[in-house]
Structure formats: C-alpha cells, structure tokens
Write a protein that binds this ligand. Structure first.
Ligand SMILES: [Zn+2]
Length: 165
C-alpha cells in the first residue's frame, strides 16, 4: 500500500521509532537479567569441548604461522650476500627486517651458536657502511656474533618465550 499523506507517514515513522526504542530497551533488560542457572541445559558446554576447539584452532594457527615464516624466509633468501652503500641504508634495511620479524614473533638464528638473535648493523673502523652482527645473550651476557660486511644467511626461528622470573 502506497501512502502519500505526509502526516500519516510521520505517524508511521513515530510508531517505528517507538517500536525500536522499546525493542532496544527490552534487549538491555534481557542482558541485565541473566536466566537462572537451572533454566536451560543447552547452555552448558560439553565436557572438554572448549579445550578441543582450542586445540583445533592452535593446529590451524600453527599451519598459518608456518606459511608466514616460509613466506618471510623466501623474501630474505635473495638478500643474502648483499649490502647497501651506506651505513644508514644498511641500518634502515635491517630495521625493516626486524620490524617484520617482531610482528610475527620470529628471530634470526645465529649461525655461530644457534641462539635466536636480533640482526643489527654496527659501524667499524675498516667498514664505514657497517657490519652485520647477531645480537643475543649467551650465558646471560649480551653478545654479538657475526661481523660480515654483507647480509648473512637469515634462518628464521620462533622468538623464545620470556623466561618467568
Ligand atoms: Zn651466536
């Protein structure tokens, strides 16, 4: 039915507004008055169902995370043995890599000792555009391994969980 009377339209609009106002209040009432615990058996989760769902989710996320790691590894592979012309450019490049790895919870494995580490560029007397070093803790002490003038092989590993103290 088409209604062209502006007053009738306005009244319909008012009714609609009142209706939705009532509805939203009703929803709030429902939300603030939870059902009594005994009201519905369907509310209860089956024993272990949340754990099973979490386990399944973790499996899926692990697969996704592995794909992410492989994709980043593929991006890094062609960079091995390359370098930029200035210290600033090398530092910028390494910062970009580290930002990416940080976002996905990854570290670069030190080729010398195997410890997950952060790649950095440090200036040296004999290499003004810097050398690439692996920054990590060895036996609790901050240590730098590496020192090549070109980007090293960057093998990705999971970032270790923070040790609880
Ligand atoms: Zn090392």
């Amino acid at each position: 039915m088409h209604c062209s009377n502006p007053l009738a339209l306005y009244n319909m609009y008012k009714l609609e507004c009142a209706g939705s106002f009532y509805q939203s209040n009703y929803r709030i009432l429902l939300a603030t008055n939870p059902r009594s615990p005994s009201s519905n058996e369907d509310d209860f989760m089956a024993i272990g169902s949340q754990d099973d769902a979490l386990l399944e989710l973790e499996k899926q996320l692990n697969r996704l995370h592995r794909s992410i790691r492989i994709a980043i590894q593929d991006y890094l592979k062609p960079l091995e043995g390359k370098r930029h012309r200035t210290l600033q450019e090398n530092q910028k490049a390494v910062n970009q890599i580290q930002k990416l790895l940080e976002r996905y919870g990854l570290r670069i494995q030190c080729p010398e000792c195997g410890t997950p580490s952060i790649l950095r560029v440090s200036p040296r007397k004999n290499a003004v555009d810097g050398v690439f070093v692996f920054d990590h803790k060895v036996k609790g002490k901050r240590t730098f391994h590496g020192g090549r003038t070109t980007l090293p092989l960057m093998r990705l590993v999971e970032k270790p969980a923070r040790s609880a103290k």
